[in-house]
Design a protein around this ligand. Structure first.
Ligand code: BDR
Ligand code: CA
Length: 319
């Protein structure tokens, strides 16, 4: 059983990553922390709270973190995720509140509760993680692993050079990569192999309400009309969670990763040196695409939607 703490900015694909972390019976989701990124912190937190109740993981604490980057004005990706962050998905308002702890306090509490056992997975800008390291630099020695969705070694998406999560807070990313742990950098080059194309969407729709009401709308909201070769959305953040439980689905290389914070055209770029004698990262480069989808769809299919009225998938299980 892998303990995972997910720091995220839901976000279409963050929501799908949460769905995996909740659905896989071999994952013990110990906590969720939120950060401003794709949309405002208020909206990422609201989305996490709504997803928790909709999916029924009420016992998992959720704590809000940083509203914006360490030093820069906030960027967002509302044009990708919609103004509220979950595209067309409208979930019932949550009844349960967020934790009174800050994200930093919750991260430290959960890691200290099980030293060496918690896999910290970050799928948004790295602001909360940098703030945690600033508070307690020794935390890097007490995680089981640290996995991010972010960065790239060939191309960007926020800019030609930079991937969104790193671009949104490069100073935080610089702190995180320099912290003395090994960062598993699940970047764009990898995640763009995990495309929810027509065949995958058909399999998603067969999962029942969790597919038709949640996964399919999340995985289809964003389309890129400028991409002549468009096959579907990449489920970036899902790959980071999958790496914890199924690293064998990924071919990876060691590398030294530095973050550009002062570039004219390259701010937020991850400069990846696969030849470095001083690696600080593991960089997955190739995905077993079929194995990945079998895993993700299988785990999503194990989720029963449970709402406050006690119904599963809109059907009263007692009837
Ligand atoms: C990353 O940026 C966000 O828009 C997504 O949620 C993902 O974490 C992809 O570049
Ligand atoms: Ca994200």
């Amino acid at each position: 059983m892998a303990k995972i703490l997910l720091d995220c900015d839901p976000g279409l694909d963050d929501a799908l990553a949460l769905l995996l972390a909740h659905g896989d019976p071999d994952i013990d989701l110990v906590a969720v922390t939120t950060v401003g990124g794709n949309v405002s912190l208020a909206n990422t937190t609201r989305n996490a709270l709504r997803l928790r109740e909709y999916l029924g993981f009420d016992a998992v604490p959720i704590a809000a973190g940083a509203e914006g980057p360490l030093t820069r004005p906030a960027a967002n990706a509302e044009h990708v995720h919609g103004a509220e962050g979950l595209g067309t998905v409208r979930l019932p308002e949550a009844e349960l509140a967020a934790s009174e702890l800050s994200a930093v306090d919750l991260i430290i509490r959960e890691i200290d509760a099980a030293p060496g056992e918690v896999h910290l997975v970050a799928t948004g800008p790295l602001t909360n993680i940098a703030l945690t390291i600033r508070r307690d630099p020794s935390i890097v020695e007490r995680v089981a692993s640290f996995v991010i969705m972010g960065g790239s070694f060939t191309r960007g998406n926020a800019t030609p050079a930079a991937e969104f999560n790193i671009f949104a807070d490069p100073e935080a990313a610089e702190i995180v990569f320099a912290a003395g742990w090994t960062v598993v950098m699940v970047g764009l080059d990898l995640t763009l192999q995990a495309i929810a194309d027509a065949e995958i969407l058909a399999r998603m729709a067969e999962l029942g309400p969790v597919g038709t009401d949640l996964a399919v709308p999340l995985a289809t909201f964003w389309t890129n009309p400028d991409d002549a070769e468009w096959r579907g959305q990449a489920v970036h953040d899902v790959c980071a969670v999958a790496h914890v439980t199924h690293p064998e689905l990924f071919q990876s290389r060691r590398a030294r990763v530095e973050v550009e914070t002062a570039g004219h055209h390259t701010t937020g770029m991850t400069v990846v040196d696969f030849a470095s004698a001083e690696p600080n990262a593991i960089v997955p480069v190739r995905l077993d695409v079929d194995g990945f989808w079998d895993y993700a769809l299988g785990a999503w299919g194990m989720v029963g939607r449970v709402d406050r009225a006690g119904t599963i998938g809109g059907v009263d299980p007692r009837a």
